[in-house]
Design a protein around this ligand. Structure first.
Ligand SMILES: [Zn+2]
Length: 357
């Protein structure tokens, strides 16, 4: 029942550890992408220069492009580089997922012990409970399967986008060098689009592996738990979205997976023990110290409240036209698991109208 200051400190510590896994994956991927592009830029520029000649004042046709050796070899180099990068993304994500899952699994005992009477047998039993040895392997296997599924296209999509860019061509002005430079920039933009997708994939999958392991770890202590608490990063303030702000502190049954927040969402599930009375302790239980999200939000400076909500959403909220609980919206898509995200303002306007009608 009682989430203590120690529980919150442990949650924070685990979050930092997961954050540093995510940061190191991000750094590695950004570096790899920059290096790969630097190696390709010369090849790409040469290909474009030749295309400008082939077209003789016009951007060449698709057919002409496909017959231009330099352009085709540049595309092949790009496709090969993207395939190598995709393999790197897979390896880093799987390794990061294993580490994040291990952290979550190992951490549940301490999180639970921090809510029980100090020195009690129940607290030490929670702390030293052995985990199933193959849990992390099973989670990582599922992560690898998901990365290989069509839901996360990596190399193919970026290669196709760059080919489209090449065929769409440039408006050839009187300066072929400017046109070539512009084309290189466009292609670099597409190439970096692949990086954006890769980062989203890696971060989302590592976080989900972390949550799944927490869920399994909490099941092992099921007999003394009352459920789990949705924990958002309130101290990140303006970097936490309205949906996560509103879901913070909600309590869910242990059997419910989650928190199923949006892609790259960093919310976590904190185990919540049964009350001390229910666990057979005849001692007064300290109060739960989980911060109340609405109170924290209301105490922020106006500029921060505005940055989190946006102008109209904040107006509706401050006027009492919508409820705090109206902010999140469950999304269902065939491509991904269900997830909670921010309800669009136009839907909030509709809710506000219904409330006043
Ligand atoms: Zn969020």
């Amino acid at each position: 029942m009682a989430i203590t200051p120690e529980t919150l400190a442990l949650v924070e510590q685990m979050r930092r550890a997961v954050g540093s896994i995510l940061d190191s994956i991000t750094r590695s991927l950004v570096e790899a992408w920059v290096r790969a592009w630097d190696q390709m830029a010369v090849e790409v520029a040469a290909g474009i220069a030749e295309l400008l000649q082939v077209g003789d004042g016009q951007w060449p046709s698709r057919r002409q492009i496909e017959q231009t050796a330099r352009a085709m070899s540049a595309l092949e180099v790009i496709a090969a580089a993207l395939a190598r990068l995709a393999a790197l993304v897979r390896n880093l994500t799987v390794a990061g997922a294993a580490e994040a899952a291990r952290l979550a699994l190992d951490g549940q005992g301490e999180l639970i012990a921090s809510q029980l009477p100090y020195g009690s047998t129940l607290a030490s039993a929670a702390r030293y409970r052995r985990q199933q040895p193959d849990t992390v392997d099973a989670i990582v296997r599922r992560t690898a399967e998901r990365i290989n599924s069509s839901r996360w296209p990596l190399a193919d999509e970026a290669t196709a986008a760059m080919k489209r860019e090449l065929i769409r061509g440039v408006v050839v002005g009187d300066n072929p060098r400017t046109a070539a430079a512009r084309m290189v920039r466009n292609l670099e933009g597409e190439f970096n689009g692949g990086l954006t997708r890769a980062l989203n994939l890696a971060r989302t999958e590592v976080l989900d592996a972390h949550r799944q392991a927490a869920e399994i770890g909490q099941e092992d202590h099921g007999a003394i738990l009352d459920g789990w608490v949705w924990h958002a990063e309130l101290h990140r303030g303006t970097r936490t979205c309205p949906s996560c702000w509103a879901l913070h502190g909600t309590v869910h049954p242990l059997s419910e997976p989650g928190p199923i927040d949006h892609q790259q969402g960093r919310c976590s599930r904190t185990p919540k023990t049964k009350s001390w009375a229910d666990l057979g302790f005849d001692i007064d239980e300290p109060a739960d110290v989980t911060p109340d999200a609405r109170e924290v939000f209301d105490s922020l400076p106006d500029a921060d409240r505005l940055a989190i909500m946006g102008r109209r959403r904040l107006e509706l909220l401050d006027a009492g036209a919508i409820e705090w609980a109206d902010l999140p919206q469950l999304r269902t898509t065939p491509e991904w698991r269900d997830s909670w995200g921010v309800r669009p303002v136009r839907d909030l306007e509709r809710i506000a109208k219904q409330n006043t009608a």
